[in-house]
Design a protein around this ligand. Structure first.
Ligand code: ZN
Length: 196
C-alpha cells in the first residue's frame, strides 16, 4: 500500500518514510491521420521533492502561528545597517552577515498598503488558489522591500490599506498560509481556516 513520503530530521540527517515516487503506466501516442501508428509514449512522473527551508524555516512556521517575521541587518559596520527585509532574507544583501529575525505582525496590521497589484484570470500548473488570483505587492512603514502576496477578499486598489490573515487551522507550511484582506474586514468573512 502506498503512503505519502514523510520526512523528519534527526542527528542532522533526513529520515524518510513512505513512497517518494509512484509507478504510473505509460501510454502510447498514436497518429490519428495515419492508421493510428505509434508516434511515442507518455512518461508519467510523480515524485516527492524534499525542499529544505534552511534559515527561512522560522518564517514559514510563524505564519501558521499567526505571526509575520521579518529580518533586519544589525551589523554596525554595514552601509545598509538597519535595513529591514520583508520578504524574509536570511542574510543582508550588502554585508552578507546573518540578519536579526523579528516579529513585524503589529507593524503589518497598522501600516500595510497595496503598492501595486496584478489580477490573473488564468494560472499555471499546480495552482491551488481560486482564480482570478489577486496578486498584491504590499508595502510597510519602515520596511525597505516589498512583499508579494495575494488578496483573499475584495478587489485591490493602489494605496488600499490591508491587514494580514494567517492559515492557523491546518497550516500548509508554505507561503499560502499568509494572505491579506481589506482593513475593516470582519473575522467571520475570512476564508476557512484563516484568522487575523
Ligand atoms: Zn548588512
Amino acid at each position: 500500500m502506498s503512503m505519502f513520503g514523510q520526512v523528519y530530521t534527526k542527528n542532522n540527517q533526513y529520515k524518510i518514510k513512505g513512497d517518494f515516487h509512484h509507478l504510473t503506466p505509460n501510454q502510447p501516442i498514436r497518429n490519428a491521420d495515419d492508421g493510428w501508428k505509434l508516434m511515442g509514449v507518455t512518461n508519467p512522473r510523480d515524485m516527492t521533492y524534499i525542499h529544505s527551508y534552511g534559515g527561512e524555516a522560522i518564517f514559514f512556521e510563524s505564519l501558521g502561528q499567526g505571526k509575520l517575521m521579518a529580518t533586519r541587518c544589525d551589523n554596525p559596520d554595514c552601509e545598509g545597517h538597519g535595513t529591514v527585509y520583508q520578504p524574509f532574507r536570511i542574510h543582508c544583501m550588502d554585508c552578507l552577515r546573518k540578519c536579526t529575525v523579528f516579529d513585524m505582525t503589529d507593524l503589518a496590521k497598522k501600516s500595510a498598503k497595496i503598492h501595486t497589484f496584478m489580477v490573473c484570470e488564468r494560472s499555471g500548473a499546480f495552482n491551488i488558489l481560486n482564480t482570478p488570483i489577486k496578486f498584491i505587492n504590499v508595502e510597510f512603514e519602515g520596511v525597505d522591500t516589498i512583499l508579494m502576496s495575494y488578496l483573499s477578499i475584495g478587489n485591490p486598489e493602489i494605496g488600499m490599506r490591508v491587514v494580514p490573515i494567517f492559515q492557523t487551522l491546518n497550516p500548509t507550511s508554505t507561503i499560502l498560509d499568509l494572505s491579506w484582506v481589506p482593513d475593516g474586514t470582519a473575522e467571520k468573512e475570512l476564508p476557512e481556516g484563516f484568522s487575523f
